[in-house]
Ligand binder design. Structure first.
Ligand code: GTP
Ligand code: MG
Length: 234
């Protein structure tokens, strides 16, 4: 029986955090959850604290340094490795873009021999309820762009919905990441592939965020243009 922890990075997710935690535990009460919050001004962390008495498997890491998506995940990975209580990590957004009901499917792929499994949005069976055409096109363009530059043989290089065994995380060198934002997601897959790990994909829906604001900005999109080249030649 795997010991699984779901990592959820949050920045201003006060409207989503309670329902996503409840939904995740309803899928499998034996899961654990670690919320990694960047000291959100909307008090997301306080909502998590208020839930902890009812959910003993709910952990919280609040970061007070400069906020960052990649830094948050890396801090979460380091914590899970040093806690040494789990053997598998799931990475999942707080905003319901990743349906927790897919977790058992991601785990099934690991059990059937994948080193890492991905919830992929661009497979033929995936659907995009409520996602604007612009966002779908951007995501498809990013996929082609990153896939071509980094030579990744996967259909969703930018998905943030992954299941990763801890021994794989230990092997990839968590101190050598170049990216700070969402580019972390393709850098992670590049490192995994380079080290020979077998990535397998499970088609998932990609619903738009339930509540709250996106943290995606034009600057983030522009910064991501050079990043695949930097990663390739680093
Ligand atoms: N800790 C932390 N979490 C972040 C940061 N930026 C984004 N997140 C979280 O990362 C997840 C993905 O961010 P989103 O804003 O949903 O990005 P997206 O999915 O590309 O965009 P939308 O779904 O359109 O909102 C969410 O759970 C965010 O709260 C950050 O700087 N620090
Ligand atoms: Mg989102």
């Amino acid at each position: 029986m795997r010991k699984i922890i779901v990592l959820i990075p949050t920045y201003n997710e006060a409207q989503n955090i309670q329902p996503i935690i409840e939904r995740t535990f309803s899928v499998d009460p034996s899961l654990s959850i670690l919320v990694i919050d960047d000291n959100s001004p909307d008090s997301t962390a306080n909502i998590v604290r208020s839930m902890q008495p009812n959910f003993p498997n709910l952990d919280l890491l609040v970061r007070y340094q400069q906020r960052g998506f990649a830094k948050s995940y890396l801090a979460g990975f380091h914590k899970v490795i040093s806690d040494n209580k789990f053997d598998t990590v799931i990475t999942m957004d707080a905003d319901f873009s990743h349906d927790p009901q897919e977790i058992p499917h991601l785990i099934k792929l690991l059990d059937s021999g994948a080193d890492v499994s991905l919830g992929s949005r661009h497979t033929t069976r995936a659907t995009f309820p409520g996602i604007s055409l612009w966002r779908q096109l951007l995501s498809r363009f990013a996929q082609r762009y990153v896939q071509t530059i980094l030579g990744l043989h996967i259909q969703d290089c930018t998905t943030g919905y992954l299941a990763i065994p801890i021994n794989v995380l230990r092997a990839i060198g968590l101190n050598q990441f170049r990216s700070d934002g969402y580019g972390f997601l393709f850098e992670l897959k590049f490192k995994l592939t380079q080290q020979g790990f077998k990535l397998r994909e499970h088609p998932v829906k990609w619903p738009k965020r339930h509540q709250g604001k996106s943290k995606m900005t034009n600057k983030i999109i522009l910064d991501s243009v050079l990043l695949p080249w930097k990663i390739k030649f680093s």
